[in-house]
Design a protein around this ligand. Structure first.
Ligand code: NAD
Ligand code: UDX
Length: 460
């Protein structure tokens, strides 16, 4: 079997960066080069100051610090890295299509295809090409076609190796994965990739399957996880009208080992770059095979999630006497979950958009998200002009400043620091009645009530 000495990864994003850093950390004899077209991103990965890495993940600075310059490199020289590699991971973005056939549902594979064409054009010896991006089932077939028909007569073995890390816990997930999944046809190529992971992952946790099972399993894993969140969120609404408490219900059902306790935390709605995109993709695939009941079943997970975000915004408006016009609402959190600076599909964006439509004055504080990113997220929606977004929404870098003079606080992300605030002091500075809308069930109801807040939490 061919020994892997050089690995290249195309795409230095939230997956490519951390994944390759850990592969390099655990395989000091393998040279790992991560390439990207985005020069600013590569410069940030190479920044001396490890606080400036483009992806914030607890523990990532230490991993990069250990391997970078030793056997981990970040570069914009894509052709050279392709040429030199034995194994090439493709970890580029696969967003939902925003145009043409499948708009709003199908995965946009243009970046994947570009990578395949570039690999085909550059490669002069045999390569193992690994799909790390999340892809529609049977994409490997298209990749193979492109590589074989435009290549220089070299052999390509295609593997599917979807990534299951969650943001915010990427490093611990990578160090200690529940499983690593490798799909492929060629036993030697599979074994070569198994060996890379076996440097730190016990063999029994490295699963091998055929290509199509591996590609499909990634979409299905995300669909199942998101489905649990939508299921508990559906129940949260029922709890609010019946006097049941959704945390108590979650605990009661989660104790059943057949159900399990994870991913049953009711929230303002799931966000992140994966869940919505991958379910929409699954729905689209089912429809292309005319499996309409299957498509409708999974689509409901998204419909429920959209409902939860809208419901939270409407709860704020309704509780504040049916108008938020001119009212100061402090947003605690903008990221889609704690411990990440990623805001893709964050519930906060949609809740803010809804409140801005009602002319609320929103003041946002998030410990890791920049003002530029927050305005970019809002402007991207195209609901109103960039000037209006800046007139109605302000971003501050101190939570107490966001809360000072506020009519209401809304918790959109479950950052730990929010729990430790001096809420008695916050109360003094807020307008009366002082509303708190807890979209993450983070704070202690009894304590907040004792301090005199009007406290609303999802599912209670
Ligand atoms: P990302 O947008 O953070 O990073 C992708 C990078 O690829 C970008 O920096 C982009 O500039 C680069 N790129 C695009 N085309 C390129 C090309 N032709 N040559 C060189 N560079 C190119 O995306 P991400 O979050 O890292 O996700 C990557 C893939 O992994 C997606 O398919 C996603 O669904 C999947 N995934 C993501 C997560 C997650 O938590 N973010 C988890 C599992 C799987
Ligand atoms: C997800 C998958 O977990 C991961 O395996 C895959 O590789 C990428 O997609 P990620 O989106 O990074 O990871 O985070 P995750 O922890 O799954 O959370 C997704 C969203 O669901 C967040 O907005 C989170 O706040 C929300 N969520 C999660 C809940 O609202 N309740 C829960 O119980 C769990």
């Amino acid at each position: 079997m061919k020994e892997i000495k050089k690995i290249t990864c195309i795409g230095a994003g939230y997956v490519g960066g951390p994944t390759m850093s850990v592969i390099a950390q655990k395989n000091p004899d393998v040279e790992v080069t991560v390439v990207d077209l985005n020069h600013a991103r590569i410069a940030a990965w190479n920044d001396e100051d490890l606080d400036k890495l483009p992806v914030y993940e607890p523990g990532l600075d230490a991993v990069v610090g250990e391997a970078r310059g030793r056997n981990l490199f970040f570069s914009t020289e894509v052709d050279r890295a392709i040429d030199e590699a034995d194994m090439i991971f493709i970890s580029v973005n696969t967003p939902t299509k925003t145009y043409g056939k499948g708009k709003g549902q199908a995965a946009d594979l243009k970046f994947i295809e570009l990578c395949a064409r570039q690999i085909a054009a550059v490669a002069k010896n045999d390569k193992i090409v690994v799909e790390k991006s999340t892809l529609p089932v049977r994409t490997a077939e298209a990749l193979k076609n492109i590589l074989e028909n435009t290549g220089n007569g070299v052999n390509f073995h295609i593997l599917s190796n979807p990534e299951f890390l969650a943001e915010g816990t990427a490093v611990t997930d990578l160090h200690n994965p529940d499983r690593v999944l490798i799909g492929g046809e060629d036993a030697e190529a599979i074994e070569a990739l198994v060996n890379v992971y076996a440097a730190w992952v016990p063999r029994e946790r490295i699963l091998t399957t055929n290509l199509w099972s591996s590609e499909l399993s990634k979409l299905v894993a995300n669909a199942f996880l998101a489905q649990r969140v939508s299921s508990i969120n559906a129940i949260s609404e029922l709890c609010e009208v019946t006097g049941a408490n959704v945390d108590e219900v979650a605990r009661a059902i989660g104790q059943d080992s057949r159900i399990g306790g994870k991913f049953l935390k009711a929230s303002v709605g799931f966000g992140g770059s994966c869940f919505q995109k991958d379910i929409l993709n699954l729905v689209y695939i089912a429809r292309t095979y005319n499996l309409h009941e299957v498509a409708d079943y999974w689509e409901q997970v998204i419909i429920m999630n959209d409902h939860q975000k809208t419901r939270f915004a409407e709860k704020i408006i309704q509780t504040m006497y049916n108008t938020v016009n001119g009212k100061h609402i402090a947003f605690l959190g903008w990221a889609f979950k704690k411990d990440t600076n990623d805001t893709r599909e964050s519930a906060a964006i949609y809740v803010a958009d809804h409140l801005l439509d009602e002319e609320a004055q929103v003041v946002v504080y998030d410990p890791k998200v920049s003002a530029e990113q927050i305005y970019r997220d809002l402007d991207y929606l195209g609901t109103r002009s960039p000037e209006d977004n800046r007139r109605l929404l302000k971003v501050v870098d101190n939570a107490y400043e966001a809360l000072d003079g506020a009519h209401a606080a809304a918790i959109l992300t479950e950052w730990d620091e929010f729990k430790g605030y001096d809420w008695a002091k916050v109360k003094e500075g807020m307008k009366k009645p002082s509303f708190v809308f807890d979209g993450r069930k983070l704070l202690d109801r009894k304590e907040l009530n004792r301090l005199g807040f009007a406290y609303y939490a999802i599912g209670e």
